[in-house]
Each structure stands twice: as structure tokens, then as C-alpha cells.
Design a protein around this ligand. Structure first.
Ligand code: P9E
Ligand code: ZN
Length: 255
């Protein structure tokens, strides 16, 4: 048996020993199974729950006040409603790759993750992270194309959070402007794609990408993994390698 490779970014194994539902995965369109019982996903975000935007040394995150059910998703494959906690992105050094999930082995230049937790069943996000039905993450692919007005508000804030641990206040932002209008999605049982890599995520991957322009992708790439004063390392290629599908089926909400 080979030695589990260590990924330079996290100094932790790439796959969880004994992991059976790791993320990300390749979504083979023809192998996904249409499930007519999947409901439409209902998204209701309150833009005033937006708190701040910060560089956590791996991505940049926009965090929300999740102390009440003010920004939630319900329906889709979910048994309960889930509260929005944060959203963040993964991207590449060049446009040929950057997303975490792939569709028919195609990479997109970036991928948005909107992270929600099951506050109906669990008292805190930290506890939900450890439970099989604890989290629901909406994945949205970004493709190179037209300028994205809604994204530009985030892009304008990035120079202020260039370094690890930089944070600025972000008063009002409605993340639904980043979610494509087409209701179609794939869903499967998976994990966090960064440590602790726990198998607690119901993934909801939107079929339709959003379009962003080259300048907006370049703005992501000017962020740094490193703190102010350290030798600069550009924040790029912050995506986990694909993980084995193992005994899982990807369901689609569309035929
Ligand atoms: N990249 S991701 O799987 O969406 C994701 C979402 C939430 C997380 O919280 C911790 S801690 N690590 C996380 C990774
Ligand atoms: Zn992510």
C-alpha cells in the first residue's frame, strides 16, 4: 500500500484514512441519476446579515450573522432548513483549472461555495461540521465570460484584504446575485474539501455556471496566502485534488 501523499498546502493527508465520502469529485453527467422526488431548492437570504470579508490564508470568505434563521435554504435534497454561515471561492493560477468539482472531467477557472449548517438539529456550526447531515454547501462554477456586476462588489474589496488575516467590514451583500437562475443541480453526499475534511456535507452543485471576466479572476489571484511582512506567496490553486467516488451515486434534479 502506498504512503498517503501530503499536500503542501495543509500538511495533512489528501484522503482521510477510511474515508468513503470525500470531496471534491468528478461529476460524470451520464452516470448521474435523475431523481423526480428532489424538490426545488428554496433560497432566502437577508442581505443585512452580511458581516465582513476576510482572508483566512487559504481563500477569502464573506461571513454572515447566523445567530437566527434570517438567511436560509430549504428543500432540494435537504430534510431540514440550513443557515448561511459564509461563502468563499477556490481558483487556479490560470483559467485552465481552479474549480474543485469537475463535470465530465472539465475544470472551470473557479468555484463558489455557499456554506450552510443544520441549526434545526445542531446547536453550533462546529458541532454540525462533525455530523453526516450537518452541512449543505451550494457549489457554483465560474466561467470566463461577461463582467459580473454582483461579483465586482467583492472584487473591489480584495485589495484591502491582500494578506492573511486581513478583514474589512462588509455591510450589505445579497449572495443570491451569485447563484444562476437555472434551478438545475446535481447532489451527492460528500465532505469538507479543507481540513478537518469531515464527511458532513450534502453537496448541491448548480449545473449552470456564472460568467465573470478576466479582470475579476485576476483580482482573486492578487490575494496572498502569506501575512504582511512574510515573503509573498500568491493565493492561487487553492483547490483539493479529486477524490474517489467509491460507493456513491450523484443525483440530478433535471432530466
Ligand atoms: N471548501 S468547503 O468544503 O466548502 C468547506 C466549507 C466549510 C468549512 O469549514 C471548515 S472548518 N472547512 C470548510 C470547508
Ligand atoms: Zn470550499
Amino acid at each position: 500500500v502506498g504512503v498517503t501523499p501530503l499536500h503542501p498546502l495543509w500538511q495533512s493527508p489528501l484522503t482521510i484514512p477510511g474515508g468513503t465520502r470525500q470531496s471534491p469529485i468528478n461529476i460524470q453527467w451520464r452516470d448521474s441519476v435523475y431523481d423526480p422526488f428532489l424538490k426545488p431548492l428554496k433560497i432566502s437570504y437577508d442581505p443585512t446579515t452580511c458581516l465582513h470579508i476576510w482572508n483566512n490564508g487559504y481563500s477569502f470568505l464573506v461571513e454572515f450573522d447566523d445567530s437566527a434563521d434570517r438567511s436560509i435554504i430549504v428543500g432540494g435534497p435537504l430534510e431540514n432548513q440550513y443557515r448561511l454561515k459564509q461563502f468563499h471561492f477556490h481558483w487556479g493560477a490560470i483559467n485552465e483549472w481552479g474549480s474543485e468539482h469537475t463535470v465530465d472531467s472539465k475544470f472551470y477557472p473557479a468555484e463558489l461555495h455557499l456554506v450552510h449548517w443544520n441549526a434545526v438539529v445542531y446547536p453550533t456550526f462546529e458541532e454540525a461540521v462533525m455530523e453526516g447531515n450537518g452541512l449543505a454547501v451550494i457549489g457554483v462554477f465560474l466561467k470566463l465570460g461577461a463582467h459580473h456586476e454582483g461579483l465586482q462588489m467583492l472584487v473591489d474589496a480584495l485589495p484591502a484584504i491582500k494578506h492573511k488575516d486581513a478583514v474589512i467590514e462588509f455591510d450589505v451583500f445579497d449572495p443570491s446575485c451569485l447563484i444562476p437562475s437555472c434551478p438545475d443541480y446535481w447532489t451527492y453526499a460528500g465532505s469538507l474539501t479543507t481540513p478537518p475534511l469531515t464527511e458532513s456535507v450534502t453537496w448541491i452543485i448548480k449545473k449552470q455556471p456564472i460568467e465573470v471576466d478576466e479582470n475579476q479572476l485576476e483580482a482573486f489571484r492578487m490575494l496572498l496566502f502569506t501575512s504582511d511582512g512574510e515573503e509573498e506567496k500568491r493565493m492561487v490553486d487553492n483547490f483539493r485534488p479529486l477524490q474517489p467516488l467509491m460507493n456513491r451515486t450523484v443525483r440530478s434534479s433535471f432530466q
